[in-house]
Ligand binder design. Structure first.
Ligand code: FES
Length: 74
């Protein structure tokens, strides 16, 4: 996964848990590696099949989704 660019994936309907700690080996999804850190994944209900852009830079105001804020980084 390229740093400071969103991770764009096609999601199917259902509950998704996106990593908020940065330790997951299955980015952008949570793999449970956050346990003991005090952090928790973002829980999102996907209603219909769609492409989602998941933030990897951490400064989006719409986490876990990208809002384009990475473009302000050098
Ligand atoms: S592994 Fe990162 S939030 Fe679960």
């Amino acid at each position: 996964m390229e740093k400071n660019r969103p991770c764009i994936i096609l999601e199917q309907p259902g509950t998704r848990y996106y990593c908020a700690c940065g330790k997951s080996g299955t980015q952008p999804h949570c793999d449970g590696s956050h346990k003991g850190s005090g952090l928790h994944p973002w829980k999102v209900e996907i209603e219909t099949e769609k492409k989602v852009a998941i933030c990897t830079c951490g400064i989006s105001k719409k986490l876990p989704f990208c809002d384009g804020a990475h473009k302000t980084l050098g």
